[in-house]
Structures are given as C-alpha cells and as structure tokens.
Write a protein of this length. Structure first.
Length: 95
C-alpha cells in the first residue's frame, strides 16, 4: 500500500486511515529542515503506520529532522527505528 495506489481517488471516498495518511504525506512532501508531528500514528492501522514510518525515515535520510510526539507510548515498529526521548514534568526523564 502506498499513496500511489490511491492517487486517482477523490478524498471523500478515502477511509479515515487513508485520509490521515494523505494529510501526513502533505507535510512529508515539504522541503524543510524539521517536521514535528503530534501523534502521527494514532488512528492508523499497522499497514498505514508502516507506510508513514518508511516515508518519515526517507525524509530523515534526506537531512530533515523528523520528530513525533505521542502520549500513548511508542509503537514497537517505531521504537526499533527511532531515538526515544521521554519528557516528564518539563525535564528529560529518559533517553
């Protein structure tokens, strides 16, 4: 599954996961030095999580700092690939 697979569909016909992935992809397409996502994986099934993670990793390899905040923890598929920083009470609690 990729965004290429849904390129000819109208946004109104997309599932909620596909819509969220499309929104996230618009930010990943930006030419910028840093991206900060707030809970990007919430509401995505494992298939779409994988798509987002692969694209975020690609963006990171291109030199963009990609950061994601989450209050529900770090999913396994992301924890294996990312540097984790836990902030609690305005201080770094764990790195």
């Amino acid at each position: 599954m990729s965004l290429f697979d849904i390129r000819n569909r109208k946004a109104g016909s997309l599932s909620s996961g596909e819509k969220k992935l499309l929104r996230l992809a618009t930010y990943l397409a930006l030419e910028t030095e840093m991206l900060l996502f707030d809970a990007p994986l919430e509401g995505l099934d494992s298939k779409f999580r994988g798509v987002f993670i692969r694209e975020a990793e690609k963006k990171s390899r291109q030199g963009c700092a990609v950061m994601a905040a989450s209050v529900s923890g770090c999913p396994d598929e992301l924890a294996r690939r990312a540097r984790k920083l836990i902030i609690k009470d305005a201080s770094v609690a764990e790195e």
